[in-house]
Write a protein that binds this ligand. Structure first.
Ligand code: GDP
Ligand code: IMO
Ligand code: MG
Length: 428
C-alpha cells in the first residue's frame, strides 16, 4: 500500500483537521509529518469541538493508529493539555498514539528565543505563533536538538540543561528580560517545571522508530494517511520566505518527516478554502481591506485556532493555487468553506498577476513588482448549502465556480466541504 497525503495549499487553516477526521475511516494509520503546536486543527462532531495542535486528527477513532512522526516538533506541556482534553471527553489516546523517537522537543527556552527573535525584528517580524518552532528546528539542523528518544536514556536532565544553558546565554546577550515573557500564562520558571514533569509523563505513551512501523504496516497492506500542518505557501523553501514556518509543509516533507520513500506516496489531497486567509505577516496579493474582507472574516469565523488572532482575508488566488498544486503533485483537490460564500451576488477570483504588461499564471513575477491582479468575476449563489448532501443538489453557480477552479488549477476536485462538522462533506 502507499501513503496518501492531505495537506493545505494556501497559508494554513484550510480545514485540514476537519477533512482528515472526515476521511479517517478509510485509513488504518494517520501520521503527522511536520510542524508542531503552531498548528491548530479543528474537529467538530456530535456538537463537540476539539482543537488539536500536535496529535493527529484520527485520535477520536479508536481503531486508527495515530503517529507523531520524526519531522514533528513537540512541546510536552502543550501536548498534555491536548491529551487531558481528549481524555476528559472520554477517549483514551494512550491506546492509539505512537510517537517517534526522533521527533524533537520544543524546550521552554526555545519559546523564549522565539519571542526574543520576534521582538528584535520589530516591524519586520514574521508574526510567529510563538510556540518555539523556529528555534527548535534551528537546533535540529544545527545538530544540537533534544529528541523524544532521549527520554529512554539516563541523563535526560543533563542533556536538557546543557541546551538550556546555551539558549539562556543567547537570551541574556539579546538584552531582553525574559522574566517579562509569559509562556501560556506562566512565568518561565513555573512553565519549565510543568514542562519537565510533562516530558517525563510522555513515557506513558509508546515511543518507537515510527519509520519502521509505518513501512512495515504499509507492506502488510495497511492504509496510511499523512496529515500536513500549515500550508504550502508557508513552506520554508517555497513559501513567501522569510514569512514562512520552519518546515517543509509540502508532499516532499512526508518523505523526510515520516521516513517514506517517494515511490510509496499515493494520492495527494490538496485542501483549499473557497477564498484565502492568512494569519501573521507576509505578502497576500488578493487581500481585502474593505467590507467584503470583514464579511468573509465574520461569516467564515476567521480567527486563529491556536492564537485567536483575526485572520487576514481575500479572494481565491489562482496563481498561488496552481503553484501549490504543481509543487505537491496534487491528485485530488478538496474545497472547504464554500458555504461561507453563500449569499454573495458576485464572487471574484484572481486568475493571473500582471507586471509591466506581462501576465503571470504562477508567482514567478520579477523581484520588486507589486503585481496588478487580473480578476475574474463569477456569479454567486444564494442557497444555503450546509445541509446539502448530494453533488447534483449544489447550486449551479457553485458547480460552475468549482469547474473553473479545477480546470484552472489543473487537478480534479474530489470533495466539497459545506460546514465545519464531520458530516458536512460532499463527494463529487
Ligand atoms: P486547519 O488548521 O487546516 O485544520 O484549519 P483550522 O481548524 O485552523 O480552521 C478551519 C476552520 O474552519 C475551523 O474553525 C473549522 O471548524 C472550520 N471549517 C472547516 N471546514 C469548513 C467548512 O467547509 N465550512 C465552514 N463554515 N467551516 C469549516
Ligand atoms: P495550521 O496547521 C496558519 C504562520 C504564523 C506565522 C508563520 C510562522 O493550523 O494550518 P511559526 O509559529 O511557525 O513560527 O509561524 O506561520 N502559521 C500558521 N498559519 N495555520 C497554521 O497552522 C500555522 N502555523 C504557523 O501565523 O505567520
Ligand atoms: Mg489551523
Amino acid at each position: 500500500m502507499k501513503v496518501d497525503v492531505i495537506l493545505g495549499l494556501q497559508w494554513g487553516d484550510e480545514g485540514k483537521g476537519k477533512i482528515v477526521d472526515a476521511l479517517a475511516p478509510q485509513y488504518d494509520i494517520i501520521a503527522r509529518f511536520q510542524g508542531g503546536p503552531n498548528a491548530g486543527h479543528t474537529i467538530i462532531f456530535n456538537s463537540r469541538k476539539f482543537v488539536l495542535h500536535s496529535v493527529p486528527s484520527g485520535i477520536f477513532r479508536s481503531n486508527i493508529l495515530n503517529i507523531i512522526g520524526n519531522g514533528v516538533v513537540l512541546d510536552p506541556f502543550i501536548f498534555f493539555q491536548e491529551i487531558d482534553a481528549i481524555r476528559e471527553a472520554g477517549f483514551d489516546p494512550s491506546s492509539n498514539l505512537l510517537i517517534s523517537r526522533s521527533a524533537h522537543f520544543i524546550m521552554p527556552s526555545h519559546r523564549l528565543l522565539d519571542a526574543v527573535n520576534e521582538a528584535a525584528m520589530g516591524e519586520k517580524k514574521i508574526g510567529s505563533t510563538l510556540k518555539g518552532i523556529g528555534p527548535c528546528y534551528t537546533d535540529k539542523y544545527k545538530r544540537s536538538g533534544l529528541r523524544v528518544g532521549e527520554l529512554e536514556h539516563n541523563g535526560f536532565q543533563t542533556e536538557y540543561e546543557s541546551r538550556r544553558e546555551i539558549h539562556m546565554k543567547l537570551i541574556a546577550a539579546s538584552g531582553v528580560d525574559y522574566r517579562g515573557i509569559l509562556l501560556d500564562g506562566l512565568p518561565f520558571d513555573e512553565y519549565e517545571q510543568e514542562w519537565l514533569k510533562a516530558a517525563h509523563k510522555m513515557k506513558q505513551f509508546r515511543i518507537a522508530a515510527t519509520e519502521i512501523e509505518i513501512n512495515k504496516s504499509m507492506a502488510a497492506g495497511k492504509k496510511v494517511l499523512a496529515e500536513g500542518a500549515q500550508g504550502t505557501l508557508l513552506d520554508v523553501d517555497f513559501g513567501s520566505y522569510p514569512f514562512v514556518t520552519s518546515s517543509n509543509t509540502m508532499t516532499g516533507g512526508v518523505c523526510t518527516g515520516l521516513g517514506v520513500a517517494p515511490s510509496h506516496v499515493g494520492k495527494v489531497f490538496g485542501i483549499f478554502k473557497a477564498y484565502c486567509t492568512r494569519v501573521g505577516n507576509g505578502p497576500f496579493p488578493t487581500e481585502l481591506f474593505d467590507d467584503m474582507g470583514e464579511l468573509l472574516r465574520k461569516n467564515g469565523n476567521e480567527f486563529g485556532a491556536t492564537t485567536g488572532r483575526p485572520r487576514r482575508t481575500g479572494w481565491l488566488d489562482m496563481p498561488a493555487l496552481r503553484y501549490s498544486v504543481m509543487l505537491n503533485g496534487v491528485t485530488d483537490l478538496i474545497m472547504t468553506k464554500a458555504d461561507v460564500l453563500s449569499g454573495l451576488e458576485t464572487i471574484k477570483v484572481c486568475d493571473a498577476y500582471k507586471c509591466a504588461d506581462k501576465l503571470y499564471d504562477m508567482p514567478d513575477i520579477p523581484a520588486g513588482c507589486l503585481p496588478d491582479l487580473i480578476i475574474k468575476e463569477m456569479n454567486g449563489w444564494s442557497a444555503d448549502i450546509t445541509t446539502t448532501t448530494q453533488a447534483n443538489q449544489l447550486p449551479p453557480a457553485l458547480t460552475e465556480y468549482s469547474r473553473f477552479v479545477e480546470k484552472s488549477a489543473g487537478a480534479h476536485l474530489s470533495y466539497i466541504s459545506t460546514g465545519p462538522d464531520r458530516e458536512q462533506i460532499i463527494k463529487l
